[in-house]
Design a binder for this molecule. Structure first.
Ligand code: FMN
Length: 359
């Protein structure tokens, strides 16, 4: 079975669905409520049509780009997703090695099942950002910021779309819990074992729903690392992000796991790019499943995109090798879409590639 030919990302999805336990699969797949936003993240790409150019000598192509001044092999990185050890025993260590091998950026989730120290040791030369939440206990946030800074993480990604956890019906039905042999390792010994109600392996009410823009200043006061805000969907908030001096925005709806009824990220991208006007980098995640999805997002102004679930499917398939394969397939597809639309390098990809009248 492991010898089956994996041709596209959906093949990894099918493999993962077949091989993971039901409650694990449901947790990774979950969207909030009726999953309209989760599903629209993918459908929105299918509504966009390209305007390919021809006869442009695409015999040589270059997919490299940069994020925050660092070169990566193509404009696709790995979004922060929790609990990789549920998909593969080496968990985030395998993910980190794959990202290192492919030379792209891996955003480590706060809710990793390997510690940041283990992740860095597993892939010492990888380029990594760290995703964090703001906890009611600010000292907890502070200590993790200092730890990852010392470990060589290159940016902090502040996720702002989880004042509360979205309502994911299957997780409630399955009474989903992190399996007892796994832990949110970054907090081992730092937070008390949950005695009361628990959410996804963490005592409920650990996150602070009162966070506001002033906490962005607070975070900046703790660190010299660039701060990137993840979870912006409107031009108003994009403008505020720029005004607050952050270095990047990830247009994200958390893979449709938070507010159901919000926009597909690719549909929200343009107003944000127009507002930001190149003052900071704009990235996107949600629904990237093919190389032409990447091409469309870059054409509409994303400096880079990030994959969430597809990386987990790769892990479930074959650990590090599986994640590498997922990234390699996306890279090959992206390179081909570029060539077929007449682009030799990432700098040549722009809005003229998109049939805007159709949007
Ligand atoms: N985003 C975070 O900022 N922190 C997390 O810990 C986190 N965990 C996630 C766990 C799962 C299983 C999934 C599917 C998403 C998670 N996300 C988290 C959101 C992802 O970073 C990303 O926004 C989303 O998965 C992108 O959509 P895609 O899965 O369609 O690629």
């Amino acid at each position: 079975c492991a010898e089956m030919a994996m041709v596209c990302l959906t093949d990894f999805e099918e493999y993962a669905k077949e091989h993971l336990s039901k409650s694990t699969w449901d947790y990774y797949a979950a969207g909030a409520d009726e999953c309209c936003t989760r599903d629209d993240n993918l459908l929105a790409y299918k509504r966009i049509r390209l305007r390919p150019r021809i006869l442009r000598d695409v015999s040589v192509s270059d997919t490299r780009t940069t994020v925050q001044g660092m070169e990566i092999s193509f404009p696709v990185g790995i979004a922060p997703t929790a609990f990789h050890c549920m998909a593969w025993h080496e968990g985030e260590m395998a993910t980190a090695r794959a990202a290192e091998a492919v030379n792209t950026c891996y955003i480590t989730s706060t809710y990793s099942t390997c510690s940041v120290e283990e992740i860095v040791a597993a892939a010492p030369n990888g380029y990594r950002w760290f995703q964090l939440y703001v906890y009611r206990d600010r000292k907890l946030s502070e200590s993790i910021v200092h730890r990852v800074e010392a470990l060589g993480y290159k940016a902090l990604v502040l996720t702002v779309d989880v004042p509360y956890t979205g309502k994911r019906r299957d997780d409630i039905r399955n009474q989903f819990k992190l399996p007892p042999h796994l832990k949110v390792k970054n907090f081992d010994g730092l937070i008390q074992e949950a005695v009361g109600p628990e959410e996804y392996g963490i005592p409920a009410n650990t996150l602070d729903p009162s966070i506001s823009w002033k906490d962005v200043y607070w975070l900046q006061s703790l660190t010299r690392l660039p701060v990137i805000i993840k979870g912006i969907l409107t031009k108003e908030d994009a403008e505020l992000a720029v005004e607050h001096g952050v270095q990047g925005i990830i247009v994200s709806n958390h893979g449709g796991r938070q507010l159901d009824g919000g926009p597909a990220t690719i549909d929200a991208l343009s107003e944000i790019v127009d507002t930001v006007q190149g003052r900071i980098e704009v990235y996107l995640d949600g629904g990237i499943r093919t190389g032409s999805d990447v091409l469309k997002a870059v054409a509409l102004g994303a400096k880079c995109v990030f994959i969430g679930r597809p990386a987990v499917w790769g892990l479930a398939y074959k650990g590090e090798e599986g994640v590498r394969e997922v990234l390699q397939i996306l890279n090959d597809e992206f390179r081909l879409s570029m060539a077929l639309s007449g682009c030799r390098n990432v700098a040549e990809i722009n809005r003229n590639l998109i049939q805007l009248a159709k949007l």
